[in-house]
Structures are given as structure tokens and as C-alpha cells.
Design a binder for this molecule. Structure first.
Ligand SMILES: Nc1ncnc2c1ncn2[C@@H]1O[C@H](COP(=O)(O)OP(=O)(O)OP(=O)(O)O)[C@@H](O)[C@H]1O
Length: 249
């Protein structure tokens, strides 16, 4: 569905993405994990065409994304921090997005109802709490029934009830065979949602593995512990983690 080859992006002297090659398939729920500053958001923004890579290719369903914007209609994106016009009311934000996307067919408004947003429709975006703003972002990501969902820290700032509602929704869409790509620093959230782990460090892909495989290999039940084992154990690192050229000599 999404094929990335030899993707590189530098900001000045900082190599944010370093020769990244990976394929993402429908039905996968891929957790993009790595330390702060490892390139997760940059990777997501490259997929969305919001950051232009220095080199490398991104194919969406076989078509190079440089050839046009239409592919983005198939992607629902929830950013880490959603930015909206301050004076717009929630209702107007949804209406504007529907207008921009040219119609109201096949809408998925389940989350809007589950988060009870209609009660807040007349509130302006600037008056919203951080969590409510996150709810609006989540609803927009799912609204047009996209085949691909890219969710950057989706549960950050949500209260426990809202976080569970969102996780259930992600699972539901995954079961429909959609591709989900998500980041989070909350491993317990990812544990329930993940089929595959994509681990980045210093802009490099360290490994891309099925979560069952990782847990079986390490004997750990929890995703966070399994990843820690692979990244810290000398044996696992040597066998399964891509080492930079300089450390091999
Ligand atoms: N527009 C930019 N200009 C300059 N440097 C940038 C820019 N965007 C990202 N970077 C740098 O690129 C590196 C990767 O950033 P990125 O936001 O992709 O990391 P991340 O893995 O998403 O981090 P976090 O877990 O903290 O969200 C960081 O060192 C960051 O400072």
C-alpha cells in the first residue's frame, strides 16, 4: 500500500531521516516508535507530502506521491497538535472540511457522537481545552472513512474514557482491513493496537517486526519490555538491529 525506499531528509546538518526503506500494508497497525527526535513525525510528514524528502521515493498504491495530491484523500491524519482558526466554532470546522472535501457522502461520524461533540458545536476553537481540541482532531481524521489512518500521539491529552473510545475506534477500523500508522510514547496504549513495530533511532530504521514475533523472541508479554530487550540485549542487537556502519568495524 505504501512503499518507501531510501528516504533521506536533513534539516541543515541534522540527518532527520537516513536511508529509510519500509513497506506498509493494508490491515497492519504499525506503531512507529523511537526516542524523542528520532524522526517519527518527519517520516509521517513525508508520507503526507508536508515535508519534501531530499532523496528517496514514496509510492502510494504504486503511484509516486510526487505525481499529485489525490492520494491524500485516502489518508486520515491526526496531528500531534491540531491547529485551527481560533474564532471558528467546532461546527464550522467540520462544515469547512466537508466543503473542502466536496460532499458529505460516506461520512463516519461515530467518534463525533461518542465524544458528544454536538453539545459543544458552538464553542470556538480558541476556547477549547487541549483534550477537546484533540477530540476534534481525532474526529476529523476518521470523518471521511479513509483507507489509511496516520495518528501522531492520538491519546496524548485525552482523559481515560476518551482514550478508550478512541482506541476502540482504531481497533474497529483495523479489523476492517485499513492501514493504521501510529506513534505514542505510551507503550500500554500501543500494546492493544499494534500488529507491527517500526523502530527508529537517529533517523534510521532499526527494525520492523511483527509484535507477536518480538514477544515470542524475547519471552516478554508487554510490548515496551520486548522492545527494551531487543534494543539493549547484546545478542538481540547483534542479530536483529540494524547497526550503523561505523560501529561494525
Ligand atoms: N522543520 C524543522 N527544522 C529543523 N529541524 C527539524 C524540523 N523538523 C524536525 N526537525 C528535527 O529533526 C529531528 C527529528 O524530529 P521529529 O519531530 O521527526 O522527531 P520525533 O521522533 O517525532 O520526536 P518526538 O518523539 O519528540 O515527537 C529532530 O532533531 C528535530 O529537531
Amino acid at each position: 500500500m505504501i512503499d518507501v525506499t531510501h528516504l533521506c531528509k536533513a534539516f541543515g546538518s541534522l540527518q532527520a531521516l537516513d536511508d529509510l526503506t519500509v513497506s506498509l500494508r493494508a490491515g497492519q497497525s504499525v506503531s512507529l516508535i523511537g526516542p524523542n527526535g528520532s524522526g517519527k513525525t518527519t517520516f509521517i510528514k513525508c508520507l503526507l507530502g508536508m515535508v519534501v524528502p531530499d532523496s528517496g521515493e514514496i509510492l502510494f498504491q504504486g503511484e509516486n506521491i510526487r505525481n499529485g495530491w489525490a492520494y491524500r484523500n485516502a489518508i486520515g491524519y491526526m496531528p500531534q497538535i491540531g491547529r485551527y482558526p481560533d474564532n471558528m466554532k467546532i461546527r464550522q470546522v467540520f462544515d469547512m472540511m466537508k466543503d473542502l472535501r466536496n460532499g458529505s457522502r460516506n461520512l463516519d461520524e461515530d467518534l463525533i457522537e461518542a465524544f458528544e461533540l454536538p453539545n459543544l458545536y458552538n464553542k470556538t476553537m480558541q476556547s477549547l481545552s487541549g483534550g477537546t481540541r484533540q477530540k476534534v482532531s481525532a474526529c476529523l481524521a476518521f470523518l471521511f472513512n479513509p483507507q489509511v489512518l496516520i495518528l501522531d500521539e492520538p491519546t496524548a491529552g485525552l482523559d481515560p474514557v476518551a482514550a478508550e473510545i478512541l482506541k476502540e475506534k482504531i481497533l474497529l477500523e483495523k479489523r476492517k482491513g485499513k492501514l493504521i500508522l501510529l506513534t505514542s510514547h505510551i507503550m500500554s496504549d500501543l500494546d492493544e493496537l499494534t500488529t507491527d513495530v517500526m523502530y527508529l533511532q537517529d533517523g534510521k530504521l532499526q527494525f520492523f517486526k511483527e509484535v507477536h514475533w518480538l514477544k515470542r523472541l524475547t519471552g516478554e508479554e508487554k510490548l515496551g519490555k520486548a522492545i527494551a530487550q531487543v534494543m539493549t540485549s547484546r545478542r538481540f542487537r547483534a542479530e536483529y538491529v540494524a547497526e550503523p556502519e561505523y560501529s561494525k568495524s
